[in-house]
Design a protein around this ligand. Sequence first.
Ligand code: FES
Ligand code: FES
Length: 160
Amino acid sequence: MREEVAFRLNGHDVAVEVDVHRTLLDVLRDVLGEMGTKEGCGEGECGACTVLVDDAAVVSCLYPVCEADGTSVTTVEGLFEPGGELSPVQTAYLEFGGTQCGFCTPGMIMASVALLAENPDPSEEEIRYALTGNLCRCTGYVQIVESVRAAAELMMERPA
Ligand code: FES
Ligand code: FES
C-alpha cells in the first residue's frame, strides 16, 4: 500500500509517495538521496542510521516512514551552520579524532547532538551512556567521548 508522507527534512518541506512498509532510512537514502545517513546492521543494533525526529534520536532503520508524517527530521546533512560551516559537534569530531573510517560518524554525531540538546554539559559517563547504542569499530571510543566533551565546551563558549 502506498501513501503520501510529508515532513520537514533539514528545514525543507518534502512529500513522497511511498510504500508504507518502508523505513525512514530507506526513504532518506533511496528516495530522497540523503546519503549521509548510513545503514550498518539494518536491525537497530549499531546506531549508524541515527537521525533526529522532532529532536529525538531514533534509529531510522526501524522507524516506519509513515510515522515521520508531520514531523521534523534532521540528518547529518542538516547540521551545517547558516553560512555553510561545520556545526560545533562536527568540528569537534574532526579536530579530536572522533572519526576514522567514518561509517559510524553520522549516527554518532546525531546521537551527540541529541545528548547535548538535552544535557549541555555531560560527564564522560553520561556521554558513554548516551552513545551506548552507537557502535564504532575503529576509534575505541576514547576520541569520540573527547569530541563530545569538546563540542560541549565549544557550544557553551558561544555567545547566547
Ligand atoms: S543500521 Fe540502524 S541500527 Fe544499525
Ligand atoms: S570510525 Fe570507523 S566505525 Fe567508527
